[in-house]
Ligand binder design. Sequence first.
Ligand code: C2E
Ligand code: CA
Ligand code: CA
Length: 592
Amino acid sequence: MSNEELKDFCGAKVLVCDDDPTYLMLMRDTLEAEGFVVYEAADGDQAILQFEHVIPDIVLLDVEMPGLSGYQVCERIRDHKKGHDVPILMVTGADDYQSILKAYDIGATDFLPKPIRWPMIGHRVRYMLRSQNAVSDLKESQDRLKYLAYYDSLTGLPNRQNFNEHLERFLLLANRGEYHVGVLFIDLDRFKRINDTLGHNFGDKVLKKIAKILDSNIRNCDLIARSPDQIPETKVARLGGDEFTVFLSRVDSIDDIAQVAQRIIEEVSEPIMIEQYEVSVTPSIGISVYPNDGHTVTNLMKNADVAMYHAKEQGRSCFKFYSDSLNSRAKERLHLEQALRGAIENDEFELYYQPQMDTRDSSIAGVEALIRWNNPKLGIVSPAEFIPVAEETGMIIKIGEWVLRQACFQAKQWLDKGFSDFQMSINLSAVQFKRGTLVGLIQSVLKNTGLPPQMLKLEITESAVMTDVEENIVRLQQIKTLGVGIAVDDFGTGYSSLSYLKKFPIDTLKIDRSFIADINRNNDIAIVKAILALAESLGLDVVAEGVENQEQLRILNENNCFYIQGYLFSKPLDAQSCEALLINDRVLDISK
Ligand code: C2E
Ligand code: CA
Ligand code: CA
């Protein structure tokens, strides 16, 4: 060993553990003379304490000790989060083959029989430290190689190889799980122009920035997924040049893929400031969908590429599906979304009101506000169709606020006309319910309209209430504190846990329409009965939704369910017609 190398390990920390004080002393003297810093332990427990305290560069362990044996100490060190790679030299009197094997088995690096030849010990320690260094150097360069093989060095994004392998693995799972997978092929429009006019260096900076935008966009998509088990697996990669690719897994519907593509176009197209220049880059996106457009990585990538060329032909800065049927569907949805954007300003919404009857005295116990959208181009669009779009795009916040104001305003007008014993029920979407500003909004609407809080009831679907339960309890309590009522909508379709239901400060369960529709079938009447029994034990009211005929009404009344909503009494009505019903309230005869 050269003098250089002797110096190399000067100051290295050596932990020595032996129950024989003579050995310990000799060990210390010899190693210190060679420039090492020595830490001592007289038994196994001390060795472990010292290890955690010092994190030595190397450990010398006597095998036979009272208490913890050297083997046990060695195992514990290997289990320690910093003990995985530390060289451990086992020192023992027994030089039989079995104990050597055992020492290696539990992770010892090397083995030294007693009696020790003292002049050699320093060399042995240095030798072990040196090979340890070589190993970590190798590991580092292997990691580096792996990084280079799987990541794009300019943007830090996964590269083509990485993407392909990932997609391949995923398709194996998709085969079994039967979900959709979307592959987006993204190409920047006229990127060459930037390179040519502003230089490659500048072009690289633009690419880096766009990689960041894509990456964070995709992360946000993960966050808006509905529930934790539905979080889609996503990946962005750079294929090379100005080509990127995005992979969306476990998508519920093709609409979700189109929405992600649309958002990528919007965000990437925002002007980017680099140095003193502002540049605008637009992307063209081609989309292939598993299993519709292919079952293998090669086919999916090829078809996404083909679709991308169609997008370019269509005038760039747009997305195209590989399959035409998906394109027309995406187009329809885009039209709907665009039309929805102007709907509030253009006064296209109207609230209808559907009465909820108390069959014991044939009075109207309340009305449910249901939104109607009449668009000059699209005609009347059902809320079942546009509410999900409004939720995904965030437009529901504005729409929901409009509904709340409008319905409270209407209820107050009716109150002023002398109808005081009814509640106005309003549907809250999950997106609205999760917003921190909800309680403040309700409070201000009540104040502005002058509606007494007990005349307002909010309907929240069972599935919305049952995700993030602990948070929801707090939110519901805040609403309750205002004096506003709460109903759980579409009850029976979700997975309510009884223990939670008990903790929710709610007033009403609304039995989902599907159970009422089939109530004369054995199974469903059992469910309805169970819900009624549950409600009774929790002291909750029950409203049956979607009651369409006398038979359903009879069965419900027989089972003590008296609040009824459905076409049997009335369809949702415009405000004027509903008011006429309120006037005739007690004149209604439901027995016929
Ligand atoms: P929902 O809250 O379950 O509302 C009840 C739906 O059942 C209404 O459909 C109503 O017209 C319909 N319905 C009532 N009685 C009967 C019946 O006897 N038979 C049948 N077949 N249907 C009946 P609509 O108005 O089309 O609303 C659909 C869904 O859209 C609502 O379901 C609700 O989830 C949502 N929605 C409606 N208005 C709003 C709103 O203002 N805000 C939010 N967030 N969602 C709304
Ligand atoms: Ca409802
Ligand atoms: Ca419902």
